[in-house]
Design a protein around this ligand. Structure first.
Ligand code: CP3
Length: 349
């Protein structure tokens, strides 16, 4: 098996850097938008066959080095009795605002957690080229709690932060339940064929470092340690949290995935002997088109050492992104070091 992504996670040298794109199976693809005319997002993600089809869409169009299963961070939550819809982000029917709400979450058998995701993973693996890695994922406990407590996405999640300040014990109990659910969910995904898993902590950045260290970090640590013990490679993605990166970087994960607000080269230098890195082009840059994207990608390649670098965006690809920008990113990565591409040689610069 010769999967660039896995070699890079292990920080082995590779012929070129691997590349995948966060939210690559989404709304910027015309074929996805076409399918969405027929089905609601919940129907797509809830059906193993449709999820398989959407997961493979970007792989059929582009030579990406990993597929990520088409699901949502909310997908495992019906197993503990949470009801929600999408408009367009998650909307929770009965937000959790006290200890009674946490206690009302039911416990479940691991086999009850998103069985459609497990079937999709198996089906996708059977269709994928051998060299393409398959990724599973979940939301971090804090990012899931953001929707469960706030009820829906809201700038800086004020209700969630107030809950953390006024009911720290209820928050801790909620995060512990979610961490336990995510451990089973991710291990099941690895058993179903995921080569590695990414934990999305999209809303990590809304707390101060001391609060984050005290309230949130232990639960992430629980998940990461359990995955490590199970031998599952771990990618930890933190969004909009440059003030937390030093603390995150010490957590047990093979790969630290960062947004565009941090210098990935600096992170790599600081944690070189322990971590691979993933990222981190600003997704908004792709709205600028082919040339802008190619320049940004080349700049990234120039500042980050290739060993242990998975090329990606710093957050999910935006729905308005032109397809040619994705092509520019891929070409820049595939042609790295190619004199004909017009780029100055690395060593001579
Ligand atoms: O990466 C992929 O291609 C796999 C699929 C995937 C989806 N959601 C499908 C989806 C993944 C990895 C996610 C993760 C997710 N979902 C996160 C973490 C990553 C991030 O972007 O920060 C978060 C915070 C959510 C919650 C969520 N779900 C939001 C905010 C939205 C609304 C709009 C959007 O696209 O971000 C959703 C709905 C959703 N999840 C869509 C897709 C393709 C759009 C649904 C549509 O077609 O209308």
């Amino acid at each position: 098996m010769n999967r660039l992504l896995l070699q890079t996670i292990a920080r082995e040298p590779t012929p070129r850097r691997p590349l995948w794109i966060m939210r690559q199976a989404g709304r910027y693809l015309p074929e996805y938008r076409e399918l969405r005319k027929k089905y609601a997002f919940k129907e797509l993600a809830g059906s193993a066959d449709l999820s398989t089809e959407v997961t493979l869409m970007p792989i059929k169009r582009f030579p990406l080095d990993a597929a990520i299963v088409f699901a949502d961070i909310m997908s495992p939550l019906p197993a503990i009795g949470v009801e929600f819809d999408f408009d367009p982000g998650p909307v929770v029917e009965n937000p959790i605002r006290d200890q009674a709400g946490v206690d009302a979450l039911r416990s479940c058998h691991p086999d009850e957690i998103a069985p459609e995701v497990m079937t999709a993973l198996k089906q996708v693996r059977a269709e994928l080229p051998d060299e393409t890695a398959l990724l599973g994922f979940c939301g971090a406990p804090w990012t899931l709690a953001a929707y469960l407590v706030e009820g829906r996405g809201k700038k800086d999640f004020p209700t969630l932060r107030a809950f953390a300040a006024t009911q720290p014990e209820a928050l801790d109990a909620l995060l512990a339940k979610l961490a336990d659910l995510m451990v089973h969910y991710l291990i099941n995904q690895a058993r179903a064929g995921a080569d590695a898993v990414q934990i999305f902590d999209s809303w990590a950045g809304v707390l101060s470092l001391p609060d984050w260290d005290r309230m949130i970090r232990p639960h992430l640590e629980t998940i990461l340690e359990a995955l490590g013990n199970a031998g599952v490679p771990r990618i930890l993605f933190v969004q909009n949290a440059p003030h937390l990166v030093e603390s995150y970087a010490m957590l047990p994960a093979e790969v630290l995935a960062c947004d565009w607000r941090v210098d990935l080269g600096d992170i790599q230098n600081e944690y070189q002997d322990r971590k691979a890195v993933q990222g981190n082009i600003d997704p908004a840059i792709l709205l600028g088109g082919y040339d802008t994207t190619r320049t940004a990608t080349r700049n990234l390649l120039d500042t980050v050492d290739p060993v242990g670098h998975i090329v990606n965006l710093g957050h999910g690809i935006l729905p308005q992104t032109p397809i040619e920008s994705v092509e520019a990113m891929i070409e820049a990565v595939h042609n790295e070091g190619d004199q004909a591409s017009g780029r100055p040689a690395r060593t001579g610069a």
